[in-house]
Design a protein around this ligand. Structure first.
Ligand code: FES
Length: 378
């Protein structure tokens, strides 16, 4: 059928005759497109642990390979994969280089009381299968906006995306500078210590400064917290450089305050998503006089159950064996979106909702808390 605008274009009859003269295209392009998209963005991969590398007393790297030896999907340094284990999932940043896709490395640090980090470190062994998502997340370099002179403030295991970015720069010979300012509790807690120092020594575009909170004897470098004055001393004027921040939750408001003290614009700071808020009641819009330890009734997926007001809805659903799709568990990816049919939730500041979500009652269950009894549509 000729499009109604076609006659406006000179020569359209010849083009139409050419189209009409061709055999009909009966190929199933949709299936082929889906296959191609799935190869880059798989929802699930079952990989095999080929190596477990002890990094520090509290952290380990799991080297993952495809069981058939094929390359794994490409990723951008700084991205994470969601790991499925023990009836739930957690995001872990990739520490390996995007230049090498015959394996991915996930570096995991123990978290006190951490269900999955401890489970992985205590039980995952060479030869075991591990189910992950494909690479996800937006905490990565953007060539349009980030410039070629970067600063990375890392605390603890927040160094994991940083080493991937540094390996990317070195392995791919990128014309980019990165200055890592890395805070650890003690010298024994520094992950990738030797490699970071060696890469910095060999590559003038990579600089690494270690800061120790509890240095002990024999540490001659900077100590304490990542204060504004220490950042200024080490990095010099920030001059609009992009600053990445990744580490424990407490680092985020602290780093923001220090960078603001230095006059650094908020738009030049990138924070990695970092889980549901440990204490949602500290957020300004937590409803007054609402005790997070009291319970409400949630009805969802054909079941009703009691849960604490201070427990994220996604966790509460998983407690009942109800498992909405989820990846970041930080309010960012939107996979855990649910619709609140009845009742009120506290949606944490971390939730990156669409403009229309509030109007139609959607929330991100990983960072939403039941304030009243709820009816949910999963
Ligand atoms: S799991 Fe990503 S927004 Fe909830």
């Amino acid at each position: 059928m000729t499009h109604r605008l076609a006659p406006l274009f000179e020569g359209h009859t010849d083009v139409q005759a050419d189209i009409d003269g061709r055999p009909a295209d009966t190929a199933d392009h949709a299936t082929e497109t889906r296959r191609l998209v799935a190869s880059y963005h798989p929802r699930r991969l079952t990989l095999t642990v080929s190596e477990v590398i002890t990094e520090t007393v509290s952290s380990a790297t799991f080297r993952l390979r495809s069981p058939d030896g094929a390359d794994l999907p490409p990723f951008l340094a700084g991205q994470y994969v969601s790991v499925f284990a023990d009836g739930t999932n957690r995001p872990y940043a990739l520490s390996s280089s995007p230049a090498t896709l015959d394996h991915w490395d996930l570096t995991v640090r123990r978290v006190p009381g951490g269900r999955i980090s401890n489970h992985l470190i205590d039980t995952l062994a060479v030869g075991d299968p591990l189910t992950t998502s494909g690479p996800m997340g937006v905490f990565h370099y953007n060539p349009l906006f980030h410039g070629d002179n970067l600063v990375f403030l890392a605390g603890g295991s927040g160094v994991v995306p940083a080493i991937s970015m540094i390996r990317d720069i070195v392995d791919n010979g990128l014309d980019r500078r990165l200055h890592l300012i890395y805070g650890s509790r003690t010298p024994d807690d520094v992950i990738f210590h030797e490699e970071l120092d060696a890469l910095a020594a060999d590559h003038p575009n990579i600089r690494v400064d270690h800061i120790m909170a509890e240095p002990g004897n024999g540490w001659a470098g900077p100590t304490g917290l990542l204060t504004a004055s220490l950042i200024k001393t080490l990095a010099g004027p920030l001059d609009g450089r992009m600053v990445y921040v990744c580490g424990p939750q407490a680092l985020y408001p602290y780093a923001l305050q220090q960078l603001e003290e230095l006059g650094h614009p908020r738009r030049r700071i990138r924070f990695e998503a970092n889980g549901a808020p440990a204490d949602p009641t500290r957020q300004a819009h937590w409803p007054a006089d609402t005790d997070p330890d009291t319970e409400v009734t949630v009805t969802a997926g054909g079941t009703s159950f009691r849960t604490r007001r201070g427990r994220p809805l996604l966790d509460a659903l998983e407690d009942q064996g109800v498992r909405p799709e989820a990846a970041c568990r930080s309010g960012e990816c939107g996979l855990c979106r649910v619709r609140v049919l009845k009742g009120t939730v506290h949606t944490a500041e971390e939730a990156q909702l669409r403009l229309s979500d509030e109007r139609f009652g959607y929330t991100h269950s990983c960072v939403a808390y039941p304030v009243t009894d709820l009816d949910l549509d999963l």
